[in-house]
Design a protein around this ligand. Structure first.
Ligand SMILES: Nc1ncnc2c1ncn2[C@@H]1O[C@H](COP(=O)(O)OP(=O)(O)OP(=O)(O)O)[C@@H](O)[C@H]1O
Ligand SMILES: [Mg+2]
Length: 312
């Protein structure tokens, strides 16, 4: 079982418009609503890959009920702490004329100290039934930046693998607790390590440096250019298999889901990387954010090329 933590859940709304023109009225051609927040993207992809998933975090109000219903429909178990505030919505406008996406992310309601304590109590009791905990996304208002650190420490105390995928201060504080895997993108790694330039060599050095600081595996995702991974077996470069791209939002979350599945099934380092890359590319081939077709996963897995660059 994979436990996913989504502290800042949202109803994600993908709007398809013919042309994005600020300052005008735009008719939406099609709407796709999904249970969002990065952890719920991870949940759907891991579930589509065939794993049992238990989703936890905070949700509230009518939007929270809508999220529960969407998760139930997708066969994902939910054990959320109910908050007093309404769960947020995030809007992703896709301009069909350019293929560009513009995202509007609401900040999310504040979470009280009492609700945070309730969550910590639940989290401790949910861990024993799971092999991997995945901590994804931003922190809602009222939650201290070291919160993920506490969740990592609790998971490690129980001998569970833990993946952290967040940004900024939450990531900075979280890595001090040595998660088993982090997956910053190019912007996020720049928030952690000063880079002389954007070259593959500099990014590989940065990933190695973070690995040596005590993180199990550091994967830096580079969009369609692929990804770098630094772990105990060395530094590796993976390309992305070709897919007909429809929507790349959530590719990183899908990659994290693939890694969580690899951990949960006890895959080797190389197989885990391969599965993560295949899941990330499979997401790019579907319209809904954080969704993969099992047949794409199967087809793409053997097409992933992984090259060893050197020692970490
Ligand atoms: N156009 C694409 N075609 C195939 N694979 C892609 C494409 N874009 C991204 N990917 C895959 O997805 C991985 C993660 O992408 P990216 O670096 O954009 O993550 P991210 O910024 O964390 O995304 P998000 O936070 O929206 O989930 C890449 O390393 C690559 O394997
Ligand atoms: Mg990401």
């Amino acid at each position: 079982m994979i436990l996913t933590v989504t502290l800042n859940a949202s109803v994600d709304k993908l709007y398809l418009v013919d042309r994005m023109e600020p300052g005008t009225v735009m008719r939406v051609k099609r709407v796709v609503n999904t249970a969002g927040g990065k952890g719920l993207n991870v949940s759907r992809v891991a579930s589509a890959a065939g794993e049992q998933v238990l989703a936890t975090g905070f949700i509230g109000g009518f939007a929270g009920e809508y999220i529960r219903a969407m998760l139930a429909r997708d066969g994902i178990q939910a054990r959320f702490v109910q908050t007093d505030g309404e769960t947020r919505s995030c809007v992703n406008v896709a301009d069909l004329s350019t293929g560009k996406h513009t995202e509007f992310l609401e900040p999310g309601a504040q979470v009280s100290a009492a609700k945070q304590e309730e969550f910590l109590e639940d989290y401790r009791t949910l861990l024993p039934g799971c092999s991997v905990a995945v901590l994804s996304g931003s922190l809602p208002g009222g939650v201290a930046p070291d919160f993920y650190g506490r969740l990592i420490a609790l998971a490690k105390e129980q001998g569970k693998k833990v993946i952290l995928d967040t940004s900024g201060e939450a990531l900075k504080r979280g890595i001090a607790f040595h998660p088993d895997l982090i997956k910053p993108n190019a912007d996020e790694i720049r928030q952690l390590v000063r880079l002389p330039d954007g070259s593959t060599e500099s990014l590989a050095r940065a990933a190695s440096q973070l690995y040596r600081s005590g993180i199990g595996t550091v994967v830096v995702s580079l969009g369609k250019k692929g990804s770098l991974a630094a772990g105990k077996e060395g530094v590796f470069l993976s390309d992305t298999p070709y897919v007909e791209v429809v929507n790349t939002v959530g590719c990183g979350d899908s990659m994290v889901a693939g890694f969580a599945v690899g951990f949960s099934r006890g895959y080797s380092f190389a197989e885990t990387l391969r599965f993560g890359v295949a899941a990330s590319a499979a997401n790019a081939a579907t319209l809904a954010t954080g969704s993969v077709r099992p047949e794409d996963l199967k087809r793409l897995r053997p097409l992933v090329n992984i090259r060893r660059l050197g020692d970490s």
